[in-house]
Design a protein around this ligand. Structure first.
Ligand code: KG4
Ligand code: ZN
Length: 360
């Protein structure tokens, strides 16, 4: 780390992310500059198992995190003294990994006498579009689609998230990953399914659109995944057609449920100015295109962060820290004995639904 101290007026936050299979560290400032960042993916470690193995993930985070923090500080030519706060993911996620990142954050905060900001990983995703887009004001309608979540949220301010819908079983990213596994495409599945889908015909394989048209606001993807397995096992369909049909069915569900959320919400609220997407599945071009169309239909601005901010990263964690500091400039930090939380709903008032919120 550099010994010289930068005299910056702009608040700089060191972000740490370790809740799943990416070890990530970033320095972000309140002017939306990602000063430096590093991401180490654990794809190679988990690939032989076809999914993330929690013990392997925790060990890999523990091995990599300290040298990565050091490297990011060096990349930025900064010392910890230049940083205003340390923001670390404190959940939800795989508990071993979350603990590695949170304990590192606590240690740095203690050693450098800086505030520790414990960030909800989902809040990182929810606010990441504001890191990419300085014009994006509250409130906005957010579709948060990742490997562990599929939620529609009304983002009303920093710390103010109202869940309008969630999945009652699998997350959409999980359904992409399982489809990839069924089709023998390996891990991680989302990008592989998207790539194969480009070569297929989305009309060839009849697949269900679970909960489409339903009065309840939620999502369901478990039945779709089982239908993919049946289609594959029947031997009647080319993998590319299954991939394309699965992706189209997923998109139809997203659009149907979002249309309902917009309709229900605008019955007693002014319309949302913007539709925003975040989380790993937001990297999917088909999903983005469909959401853009929906936003246009409703005269909403469509905001999707760049791909690198959609999948797990530490810039969004550092940025969530910046947002928390901007909201309360006197914030002295979270207590250093704060616990890692494998489960941590963004909207604590949201009703529990069957099976949802189990994974990160
Ligand atoms: O947000 P994220 O990096 O991690 C979680 O917090 O879950 O999301 C990872 C998920 C995985 O399920 C992955 O397959 C999915 O996002 N994903 C995609 C694409 N890229 C990543 N799904 C569909 N199409 C993609 N291009
Ligand atoms: Zn995530």
């Amino acid at each position: 780390m550099a010994l010289v101290s930068h005299n910056s007026e702009t608040r700089i936050v060191l972000g740490i992310e370790s809740s799943c299979d990416e070890t990530a560290v970033a320095l972000v400032d309140a002017n939306r500059t990602i000063i430096a960042q590093r991401i180490a993916s654990q794809e190679k470690e988990h690939a032989p198992y076809g999914g993330v193995v929690p013990e392997i993930a925790a060990r890999a985070h523990a091995e990599r995190l300290a040298p990565m923090i050091e490297a990011v500080m060096q990349d930025a030519d900064m010392a910890l003294a230049d940083v205003h706060a340390i923001a670390a993911t404190a959940g939800p996620g795989l508990i071993g990994g979350v603990m590695v990142g949170l304990v590192s954050g606590k240690a740095l905060a203690m050693a450098a006498d800086k505030p520790l900001i414990a960030i909800n990983h989902l809040e990182g995703h929810a606010l990441s579009p504001r890191l990419a887009d300085g014009e994006l004001a509250f409130p906005y309608l957010l579709l948060l689609v990742s490997g562990g979540h599929c939620q529609i949220l009304s983002v009303e301010g920093v710390g103010q998230y109202r869940r309008l819908a969630t999945t009652i079983d699998d997350a959409l990213g999980e359904a992409f990953d399982k489809t990839a596994k069924i089709l023998g495409l390996g891990y991680p599945g989302g990008p592989a399914v998207e790539k194969l889908a480009r070569e297929g015909d989305a009309k060839k394989v009849p697949l269900p659109r679970p909960l489409k048209g339903s009065k309840e606001p939620h999502f369901s993807f478990a039945g779709l995944k089982s239908a993919v397995l049946r289609a594959h096992n029947s031997g009647d369909h080319a993998p590319a057609d299954i991939a394309a049909s699965f992706q189209q069915a997923s998109i139809d569900c997203l659009i149907d449920r979002l249309s309902k959320a917009i309709k229900d919400y605008t019955r007693d609220h002014p319309p949302f100015p913007a539709l925003v997407v975040a989380g790993g599945v937001a990297a999917n071009q088909g999903v983005r295109g469909a959401l853009e169309g929906l936003a246009a239909q409703h005269n909403m601005r469509f905001v999707a962060p760049p791909m690198a901010l959609c999948t797990d990263n530490a810039a969004m964690i550092g940025w969530a820290g910046c947002e928390r500091l901007a909201q309360d400039p006197d914030f002295a930090g979270d207590p250093l004995d704060i616990k890692a939380r494998p489960r941590w709903p963004l909207d604590p008032n949201a009703e529990a639904v069957r099976g949802a919120g189990v994974k990160a």
